[in-house]
Design a protein around this ligand. Structure first.
Ligand code: RFL
Ligand code: PHB
Length: 392
């Protein structure tokens, strides 16, 4: 098989790239190791920046998002037994965010891809990438016991943190930066009415919590947990009790609890790969970087990488020029935004979580910073500007 761009991974990054290239008449094949149902069962992101919505508009996959997505003009922060609102619209020049699950965006993009007739190979095993230091890269894989080869002009490594693309680059050609936080998040999805119309982030001496949602009848809540905890350590009763403890008394009393539809534990990590391009291989999304989830940035960052990468590929194929100037700029452009987003995600994580090694001094400093933020227009503007998403 032959294509122009081989895309490894059918997550948000790979699907969005495939769709934008398709709309520009560029042929791309997606090679994915799992199947469609497995991917659509993964519960992940929930908050979309306005810039991400614009990219999805450009990709013509946002019709349901505009119908069903919940526009949020602010969020609450709960600390010291009270709730304070951060008004995004006021502090970020009228900008807002949209709550619409990553699972739904993935479904919308898979449907668009199927309707367009573009090829996705699901259940591909032993996926390997070759010769990407040359102009004739290849992807090999096994499917139903048979070996296949896909030749292409470029490979887009959109296969997430554990994928094969980044790991195929020689260690001498790559520099990675990493911080693993000494705690995780236990997340529960439940068919219960969200406790508030907007998200509530909570800082408490016993740890962080977040009340989020997927729809007006479906809640997604998180509680800070130990890195060594397993799902079995968190029966639902314990989860709801821990969540209530971190909220102000009024919100805790209003919280509707119920059985978990899904429960999972996520470790928290900051991770960046430099550069994001190696010859004919381009890394995008979680394959190149990870942010801790407190800032709700992971999928948004995947979308902004794809904005830069799709523009570069489209310019390369449509300008008639043989050079690769636009492609040469991809890594630099993407990383500039990645690092600023890493900074914000690290800042929000540090501000809201309990870090055992910081001791009582750390708790006092966090409290002082939270009080300062809500007394300062400048600090709220910084938070809001980053939360709604820095310009592309
Ligand atoms: P994905 O989604 O991991 O997709 C990668 C795809 O590649 C496939 N794959 C392979 N395919 C072929 N060969 C191989 N060898 C392969 N190895 C892997 C995988 O099966 C998969 O289908 O990466 P992508 O596309 O870069 O998207 C990144 C986002 O999924 C991620 O950043 C977000 O989910 C992060 N995130 C959030 N992001 C936000 O923007 N807003 C949020 O509110 C938000 N909340 C979250 C989050 C992530 C969380 N977890 C579970 C880590 C909340 C949580 C709890
Ligand atoms: C989510 O709804 O899953 C979510 C929302 C906001 C975050 C992280 C996760 O900061």
């Amino acid at each position: 098989m032959k294509t122009q761009v081989a895309i490894i991974g059918s997550g948000p990054a790979g699907l969005l790239l495939g769709q934008l290239l398709h709309l520009s008449g560029i042929d791309a094949v997606i090679i994915e190791q799992k199947n469609r149902d497995y991917i659509l069962q993964r519960i992940r992101a929930g908050v979309l920046e306005q810039g991400t919505v614009s990219i999805l508009d450009r990709a013509r996959v946002s019709e349901r998002l505009h119908r069903e997505g919940l526009v949020h003009t602010g969020f609450d922060v709960c600390f010291a037994g009270q709730r304070q609102r951060l008004d995004l619209e006021k502090y970020a020049d009228g900008k807002t965010v949209v709550v619409y699950g990553q699972t739904e965006i993935t479904r919308d993009m898979m449907d668009a891809r199927e309707a367009s007739g573009a090829i996705t190979v699901y259940d591909a095993e032993n996926v390997a990438i070759h010769d990407f230091e040359s102009d004739h890269p290849r992807v090999t894989y096994t499917k139903d016991g048979k070996d296949f080869q896909l030749t292409c002009d470029f490979i887009a490594g959109c296969d997430g943190f554990h994928g094969v693309s980044r790991k195929s680059v020689p260690t001498s050609a790559i520099k990675t930066f990493e911080k693993i936080y000494p705690f995780g998040w236990i997340g529960v999805l439940s068919e219960t009415k969200p406790v508030s119309d907007e998200l509530i982030y909570a800082n408490h001496e016993s740890g962080f919590a977040l009340c989020s949602m997927r729809s007006p009848t479906r809640s997604r809540c998180y509680v800070q947990c130990a890195l060594t905890d397993t799902i079995e350590d968190w029966p639902e009763e314990k989860f709801w009790k821990a969540l209530k403890q971190k909220l102000d008394p009024e919100t805790a009393a209003d919280l509707e609890t119920g059985p978990a539809i899904e429960k999972s534990i996520a470790p928290l990590r900051s991770f960046v790969t430099e550069p994001m391009r190696f010859g004919s291989l381009f890394l995008a999304g979680d394959a190149a970087h990870i942010v801790p989830p407190a800032g709700a940035k992971g999928m948004n960052l995947a979308a902004s990488d794809i904005h830069y990468l799709s523009n570069a590929l489209i310019e390369h194929y449509t300008s008639g020029k043989k050079d690769k100037v636009s492609l040469d700029q991809y890594s630099h452009k993407a990383l500039a935004r990645v690092w600023k987003t890493e900074r914000f995600s690290w800042w929000m994580t540090s501000l809201l979580h309990t870090l055992p090694e910081n001791g009582e001094l750390g708790t006092k400093l966090q409290r002082a910073e939270l009080e300062y933020v809500f007394q300062s227009d400048a600090a709220q503007a910084m938070w809001a500007e980053n939360y709604v998403g820095l310009p592309l």
